[in-house]
Design a protein around this ligand. Sequence first.
Ligand code: HEM
Length: 144
Amino acid sequence: MKSKIHLIGAILSTLCIGSFFTSSILSELFGSTEFIATVKHLIVLPGLLILVPAIAITGFTGVILSKDRKGLLVANKKKRMPFIGANGILILIPAAIFLNQLAASGSFGMKFYIVQGLELVAGASNLFLMGMNIRDGLKMKGKL
Ligand code: HEM
C-alpha cells in the first residue's frame, strides 16, 4: 500500500513539473500574452495545490519504505530528496507565484524572463533528480 502511494506520488509530481515546464515554454514561444497569463495562473492553481502534497507524500512514504532498506540505491535517493525539496520550496513555488502576478498585470519585461529562466533551470534540475529517483526505485523493485 505504502509502495503504491509512493509510486502514485512520484508519477503525479513528475507529471506536474514536466507539464509546468512544457506548458511554460510552449505558451511563451507560441501563445498570446493572455494565454501565457492563463498558463501561469493554472500552474499556481490548481498546479501547486497538486504538486506540493504529491511531492511531500512521495518523500514521506519514501522515507518510511526505506526503513528496512540498505545499499547505494536507497542512499542516493535519500541524498537527492533535500535538493528536490529545496528547489521546490526556494525556487519553483515562489517563482510560480511571482510569474503569475507579473503575467496577470501584463508585465512581460526583463524581470519576467529572468525569473522564468530561473524557474526553468530549477524545473529541469528537479526533473533530472526525480528521473534518477524513479530509475533507482524501479531497480529496487526489480522492474529495471
Ligand atoms: C521525488 C522523489 C522520488 C521519486 C520520483 C521516487 C520514485 C520511485 C519509484 C518510481 C519507485 C518504484 C515504485 C514501484 O514500482 O512500485 C520507488 C521505490 C522506492 N523508493 Fe522512491 N522516489 C522518490 C523519493 C524517495 C525517497 C526520498 C526515498 C527514501 C528516503 C525513496 C525510497 C524508495 C524505496 C525504499 C522504494 C522501494 C519500495 C518497495 O520496495 O516497495 N524514494 N521510488
